[in-house]
Ligand binder design. Structure first.
Ligand code: ACM
Ligand code: ZN
Length: 479
């Protein structure tokens, strides 16, 4: 009988005979430098497990495969030989802790699960219009003021009480350490120059207009962006990034760059003056020049910047300066960037935005997406990330409802060669592993709620968008 494993290893050969892998089995581990990075070989025969690994990460993944084998059938399995290694370098998931806050204990459950399916990146969205969630010593008002919103009115949620959360430095270090033990790099995201209402609520001098700013209580795209003509803006951001670089040991820092309206810059004398310094009067380019300078600043500090694909608008950023995370891009500039030699992470909206309803983004659609389909050179794709935004997710059960099993579908795309993937087989393996996955502290919705007939899909989409249509049609109505 084939063993259900997720993600499916690159090569499995079943051999005659059976073994039982439990605490009485024999275990042998050895280092073999010929094994690919993060890879391992695992042989089971005569109730004995032989593991060869190329590095500690490979050893860790062999153990994760073994955990799944042991969880099924009391560890009774066919003898076998597995040769396994990851397809992609960057196998990520993003959680938005700005719109709704999730505790360290909740995040640890997700991180542990992610490590079990061999993901290696946790992209932590920590700041947005609706809340700032990380303490910055040099600018304490970010937490004191920026982390509090008066009410929460997202889609059909209508909470009248104040919402106020910020991680402590100790909690952030705890998450970083927890991830490190599981070979997961934490990428913090500090969103700029848009999605910054929480910054402006705390430091209104950084806005284009002299006005009172508020941490937003609704979802949307807001005109309250940083004034890039203000000489204080860049040093302010640099102060924040200095602390972020000291706190997070990984090589990447995400600097946002998505959904930034130009309305305020167009009317702002300082921004109009600033754009002239770049020998142009095209205000469209202001964001790209800013992102370029911030990316250079991070490079001097030994870090690589990542930004959402809108940062390419204006055609200023060059391959080698920044990594682009593709999400929604009608002009396909993210893929053009990749095809001109740039490096991208693919988080395609239609496939990897896991907060959307199953009616709109069925598991099969996530599973069958080919992230390389628009990219000429596979080396331009660093990897993929499944994103979970939380405007419409208030609590951990909401996370579970949306994340599982789609995160497994994305994880298999990141790990397993496309030729070996098969959706039906994935579903069968998933259902066999369901109890094991749920023993990790999560719940997974029943199969009939993620594989629906077309009419039910439509109902699922309508239910999701109920109450939020007007925010989509008039995104700035709450400005
Ligand atoms: C995004 O979804 N605004 C990156
Ligand atoms: Zn301005």
């Amino acid at each position: 009988m084939n063993i259900p494993l997720i993600p499916l290893p690159q090569k499995i050969k079943y051999i005659n005979g059976e073994s039982v892998i439990n605490q009485n089995a024999g275990y042998n581990f050895s280092l073999n430098p010929d094994i690919p990075e993060s890879g391992y070989n695992l042989i089971i025969s005569n109730n004995t497990v032989l593991i060869e690994y190329g590095d500690e990460q490979g050893r860790f993944y062999a153990q994760k495969t073994l955990d799944q084998i042991k969880a099924i059938n009391g560890g009774k399995c066919s003898n076998l030989e597995i040769k396994d290694w990851p397809l992609m370098k960057h196998r990520g998931f993003m959680i938005d802790c700005a719109r709704h806050f999730f505790t360290v204990e909740e995040l640890k459950v997700l991180i542990d699960f992610a490590a079990g399916i061999k993901l290696n990146v946790f992209h932590w969205h920590l700041t947005d219009d609706q809340g700032w969630r990380i303490p910055i010593k040099s600018h304490p008002l970010l937490c004191e003021i920026g982390s509090k919103r008066k009410t929460s009115n997202f889609g059909s949620f209508d909470e009248k009480s104040e919402y106020c959360y910020c991680y402590t430095e100790k909690e952030i270090k705890d998450i970083i350490d927890y991830c490190k033990e599981r070979f997961i790099e934490v990428i913090p995201e500090i969103d700029m120059p848009g999605h910054t209402s929480s910054i402006l609520a705390a430091y209104p001098n950084l806005g284009c207009r002299d006005e009172k700013y508020e941490v937003k209580t609704k979802e949307g795209i807001f005109e309250t962006v940083l004034c890039l003509g203000n000489p204080d803006t860049k040093p302010f951001i640099q102060d924040i990034l200095d602390e972020i670089c000291d706190l997070f040991p990984g090589k990447y820092i995400h600097i946002g760059g998505d959904e930034t309206p130009r309305t305020r810059w167009k009317e702002c004398p300082k921004c109009r003056e600033k754009i002239k310094e770049y020998n142009t009067d095209d205000i469209e380019k202001l964001q790209s020049f800013f992102m370029q300078e911030i990316a250079e600043y991070l490079k001097e500090k030994g870090k690589t910047a990542i930004a959402w694909n809108e940062s390419l608008k204006g055609d200023i950023l060059k391959p080698g300066q920044i990594i682009i995370q593709h999400w929604l891009d009608s002009k396909k500039t993210g893929f053009d960037f990749a095809n001109k030699g740039g490096t991208i992470i693919n988080s395609d909206f239609y496939h990897y935005y896991l907060d959307y309803p199953y009616g709109m983004t069925p598991v099969k659609k996530t599973y069958n997406y080919r992230p390389l389909s628009k990219i000429k050179n596979p080396d331009s794709l660093l990897g993929i990330e499944a994103n979970l935004w939380t405007e419409y997710i208030q609590d951990f059960s909401g996370i579970c409802q949306k994340l599982f099993p789609r995160i497994c579908a994305a994880a298999e795309t990141a790990w397993t060669a496309p030729a070996n993937k098969n959706y039906k087989d994935f579903v069968a393996r998933h259902e066999e592993l369901r109890c094991y996955f749920e023993s990790k502290g999560i719940s997974i919705i029943p199969l009939n709620q993620w594989q629906m007939p077309p009419i039910q899909r439509l109902a699922d989409i309508l239910k999701f968008f109920k109450g939020s249509i007007s925010s989509f049609v008039f995104p700035d109505k709450n400005n």
